[in-house]
Design a protein around this ligand. Sequence first.
Ligand code: NAD
Ligand code: DAU
Length: 359
Amino acid sequence: MQTFLVTGGMGFIGSNFVLKACKEQWASIINLDKLTYASNYQTLAELEQHPDYTFVRGDICDLELLKDLLEQYKPDAIVNFAAESHVDRSILHPHAFIETNILGTFRLLEASRAYWEKLLGQKRDSFRFLQVSTDEVYGSLNPTDPAFRENTPYAPNSPYAASKAGADHLVRAYYHTYGLPTLTTNCSNNYGPRQFPEKLIPLMILNALNSKPLPIYGDGQNIRDWLYVEDHCDALYQVLQHGRIGETYNIGGNNEQTNLAVVNQICTVLDQLAPKANFQHAELITFVKDRLGHDRRYAIDNSKIQRELGWEPRESFNSGLLKTIQWYLNHTDWVEQVQSGAYQAWIEQNYGDRNSSTA
Ligand code: NAD
Ligand code: DAU
């Protein structure tokens, strides 16, 4: 079996990827994660005894740690999910985004290059570095613009998007300059189980369940393309297995929705699954001040990945959203832990001020 070094595997998409990789025996997994506020150790508690899973707490900015891990585990691929991922936070406090998303990716590339250059034969030929990126690097579309293609010029608008764009450019440069066998994916908005409740869909689900206002930025007509997280994970695996090195692949759900439509759909499902006695959930919708520099529309043209790798999204938005809402209804402990700060206390207790540790 192959070995993947996955970074950021305790976050939303990374944890779904790691679970799928272990369940479907894609590879044995080394999960390197700093355990920031956006992660949850309990998310992967079910893998603690799994023979093909190892967790390492650590920072992708720590070059010595990266070199040690590569030397020790000799992975066949690196899948870089680790990032600061929330646009609103990047507007308030951009620094961490530059550190992790740009400097962290740079360090990971440096360590990977040193490791890969020493590999021999088949192991060297088949090694891959996969950069998990976003459609936000392409900027904002007008209503009638064609969807983003792989050759759409980068035009990032938020500090988050700019930091991911910087990282993607470094990945590109490491392929062109050193021949490091890289792959880059640019994906649209993911939704599904285990997403931290600062993002639109889980925030709205949990606020609605708690009868709190549902804050919609601006006029609610901004458009996002929504993809179920497991479809994204399957696409990443296809890219790792069959993607052409040095290439980028766009990944999307063929599912453009206004924010207002998404929130109304959540409310309709909750009216059925968790009805309120005195009101309908949509009555909680509140229009609030717009996000600074708010991108109007994202849309993905999937034709390259479909044509070359045969991947297309499988989950419909209706069924994916239902599964997601049911997951949050059934995992109140997880929600309580990420919302109450109990998780940060747990990290302190278990890791103290150690920089990195294997569990
Ligand atoms: P997330 O915020 O849920 O998780 C990020 C994970 O990275 C967390 O577990 C965190 O602890 C870890 N991390 C942060 N800084 C780190 C560091 N310096 N070293 C090691 N680990 C660190 O993010 P997500 O939504 O799962 O996104 C994962 C990746 O996918 C990101 O690179 C993001 O840019 C990209 N992406 C996300 C979406 C989306 O809709 N969420 C869409 C396209 C691409
Ligand atoms: O497009 C991919 C990107 O999707 C990823 O790269 C990012 O990591 C991920 O966070 C996501 O970015 P968005 O900014 O699109 O996601 P967010 O869930 O924060 O917001 C989705 C839309 O909903 C956006 O137009 C802003 C709006 N919104 C968001 C929140 C949190 C609201 O109207 N109200 C809210 O409270």
